[in-house]
Ligand binder design. Structure first.
Ligand code: GLA
Length: 722
């Protein structure tokens, strides 16, 4: 069980493997002393000497001394020259805060956050560390939770205006971590449309390094995640400290190297897209950040995030359920379909063993292209004369479930909704709104818009046999203005939008627990722990090219487990790259996530249909391991031509190994893979070859895989303990 031990000047959070230690220095400064491998006791003298503070914890805040103190929640303006976690503007226009220790409370269980996604679950302990700025009348509660089953510290902060005058929050970070040396690389996930989550690793240098978003979504370009890894850290070994936000909007994640080579890691709301007026008596909650430490390389880091997702983030009946193998009609038809065409595709899907048919964009309003009808969630009778209900019944009669695409946060200028309610769109008075993909964004800070969005989706789910929803969001913010917010609250719009969206999703989740939701944002443009709290899976990328997917899924797996990643087999030539890859390669890569198809199977030759049937049978057999096993990355597509990973069942008796090589080489040796995650004492049979090896051999000497001829060659092997 985790413990939170409070002594006179120290708070020590620990479980069996990690410790997090906070010191209360004289005068009440909450200092960060240690985060890492579990220790039984912590003497702060060495760390304080390293920082250059008094070793006994005595502390005089004069002479800019705070600049050399590792702090839990530093603020701006009283001697600390680094980026602060908190900027709060008082009624007199100045911005300084002096937070001093008041008290601690320890509770069993995990704290929750009002209106925000947050990790949950048993076996956690919560610390509330109360700080106060007397002059401002500002109470700040730092929230910490430690879990017993994963090496994660969850953090947030509550800000309460206990004064009689308004305060204005200009920055309210979720997490700040001060570390005493800068021998770290910063690792982030950065990309773009169709190439999400490239792993970017760079050495820390003096100054600030960060990734961020002001797009109103966590975004295609950067994930709300940052890791600090020692330069020698590899997949399998070395120290890593990593953090991610449980939030889906604009964010900041970065590190600053300051005086005396000290490092400050911070994650939270992006203050270029944030402000919050705190009236007397009001409280504001910062989104949650989750922090992990590993001395087993990136593999160890990912294991902690994956366990957190499985046990403490994803909710509802799908959290541990076999996810249905789906077929989505988007790349098969785009907007050009009618009921018969859909049923022809669905019939073939049912025949090969697919379980869910998803009707994508184009079923509502008069949407024949991406330039109209968002907001008019009424079935297009030209395409579906018998309506959705009838389609659902016919699809169900084939033995398939029915899924439906929505883009509920959007409004097309060419829509009945816009004609009736132009005020529903985010907009700046007097400016022509800038469209993106021909659409505007609904102002989800408004209660009437939240109601509209909730009812639009709920009514369709109530009236039709829909088993799955693909919830899309295809453009980022511009026109960041609301006709409903007063001037002094306009800076709150991006965060209020997220709160509005989360509120709608919470209601839908509660009302439709049997509907599986998949999040999407032009592919993986909002792949974050915040969305995962409401929707158990996310469409990884619009790019379904198998070779590109090796990179995308590798990067995604740094934080997210296979069961969170939508990954499908699509047609060749691939619609995003024009590349032709073997069906086996496409299937091998796609089965390492929530498996499905994005094509019309009627167009495949019979030989490939046989292969598809065999793959579906295999995925059904191995689904538990593929989705919920322990995922280990073996060979990185960012470092060479080869990609390999292995998923091992929790009892270590079954494993699926995936290897893909992008370009064939003449006369090269067959790849020899050193496996991970197996039980050294067990003997495994490779189902496809009949060979048997001990786990110890496979993890020491390795397994040589026989690669087929040609480019984009791939092998997927099943290992079973005897
Ligand atoms: C986005 C999604 C696609 C598809 C289209 C439909 O681009 O990422 O999967 O749903 O929208 O317009």
């Amino acid at each position: 069980m985790p413990e939170i031990i409070i002594t006179e000047n120290q708070i020590h959070l620990r479980n069996d493997r990690i410790s997090y230690v906070i010191g209360i220095l004289e005068g009440g400064i909450a200092a960060h002393l240690y985060f890492g491998r579990r220790v039984e006791a912590f003497n702060p003298a060495s760390v304080l000497r390293r920082w250059g503070c008094a070793e006994d914890g005595s502390f005089d805040p004069q002479n800019c001394a705070l600049n050399h103190v590792p702090q839990e929640y530093p603020s701006y303006g009283l001697g600390d020259m680094r980026e602060g976690a908190l900027i709060v503007r008082a009624a007199d226009g100045t911005a300084s805060a002096d937070l001093r220790f008041v008290s601690t409370t320890v509770e069993d269980g995990k704290y929750g956050l009002p209106g925000l996604p947050a990790a949950f679950g048993d076996g956690a302990k919560t610390l509330r560390l109360q700080l106060r700025d007397e002059l401002l009348g500002l109470n700040v509660t730092l929230l910490y939770a430690i879990f017993d089953d994963c090496d994660i510290i969850a953090r947030s902060a509550l800000f309460h205006n206990a004064s009689s005058r308004p305060l204005s929050l200009e920055r309210a970070a979720s997490l700040c971590l001060d570390l005493p040396d800068d021998r770290w690389d910063l690792v982030t996930l950065s990309g773009d449309w169709a190439r999400e989550r490239d792993v970017i690793r760079r050495r820390l240098t003096p100054g600030e390094m960060s990734v961020s978003s002001v797009r109103g979504a966590s975004s295609l370009l950067a994930s709300p995640f940052a890791a600090l890894a020692r330069p020698e850290t590899t997949e399998a070994a070395g120290e890593v400290i990593a953090a991610a936000l449980v939030y889906s909007g604009s964010f900041y994640a970065g590190a600053e190297v300051g005086s005396r080579h000290a490092v400050r890691l911070q994650l939270g709301l992006n203050d270029r897209h944030f402000g919050w007026l705190l009236q007397p008596g009001e409280t504001f909650a910062a989104p949650e950040a989750v922090l992990t430490w590993s001395d087993r390389g990136f593999d160890g880091m990912s294991a902690q995030f994956h366990r957190l997702c499985a046990a403490h983030v994803v909710r509802g009946k799908f959290a541990h359920a076999p996810r249905p193998i789906l077929l989505n009609n988007w790349e098969a038809t785009y907007f050009g379909f009618d009921e018969e065409k859909l049923l022809t595709i669905a019939r073939k899907a049912a025949e090969v063993g697919v379980e869910l048919f998803v009707l994508d964009d184009g079923w509502f309003g008069h949407r024949d292209a991406d330039n109209s009808s968002l907001g008019d969630w009424v079935v297009d009778r030209r395409k579906l004369p018998n309506g959705l209900k009838s389609l659902g019944e016919k699809v169900h009669a084939l033995g398939l479930k029915l899924g439906l695409w929505f883009e509920p946060e959007m409004i097309s200028p060419d829509s009945d909704l816009y004609r009736a309610h132009p005020e529903y769109a985010m907009q700046i008075r007097g400016r022509t709104p800038i469209t993106g993909r021909n659409q505007l964004i609904l102002d989800l800070s408004r209660a009437d818009v939240q109601d509209f969005v909730y009812h639009a989706v709920a009514d369709i789910l109530r009236e039709n046999p829909i088993d799955y929803v693909k919830w899309d969001m295809n453009r980022n913010f511009s026109n960041v203005g609301s006709l409903a917010l007063p001037l002094e609250r306009m800076r709150e719009l991006p965060h209020r939008y997220m709160l509005g969206l989360y509120g709608v999703l919470e209601k839908l989740q509660a009302e439709f627990p049997d509907v599986l939701f998949e999040s999407c944002s032009s592919g993986g443009g909002r792949f974050d722990l915040g969305m995962l709290y409401y929707m158990p899976q996310t469409w990884c990328s619009d790019n379904t090219d198998a070779l590109c997917r090796c990179r995308i899924q590798w990067g995604t797996s740094l934080v997210f487990p296979p069961f969170a990643m939508g990954s499908h087999v699509s047609a060749v030539p691939n619609h995003q790259t024009g590349r032709v890859t073997p069906i086996r390669t496409r299937a091998n890569v796609a089965m390492s996530g929530c498996f499905g198809f994005e094509l019309d199977l009627n167009k495949l030759p019979e030989s490939e249909i046989e292969e598809v049937k065999a793959v579906i049978t295999r995925v059904k057999e191995l689904r538990e391991t593929l989705l919920y096993g322990d995922f280990h990355r073996l060979l990185s597509p960012f470092e060479g031509h080869d990609t390999a990973w292995i998923t091992v069942s929790p009892d270590k008796r079954e494993a699926v190994l995936m290897f893909t090589r992008d370009l064939a080489q003449p006369d090269t040796d067959q790849p020899m893979l050193t496996l991970r995650g197996l039980d050294p004492a067990l003997t495994y049979t490779v189902a496809e070859t009949g060979e048997a090896y001990t786990g110890a051999e496979l993890m020491a000497s390795g397994l040589c895989v026989a690669l087929p001829w040609g480019d984009a060659a791939s092998v997927s092997l099943t290992l079973r303990a005897q």
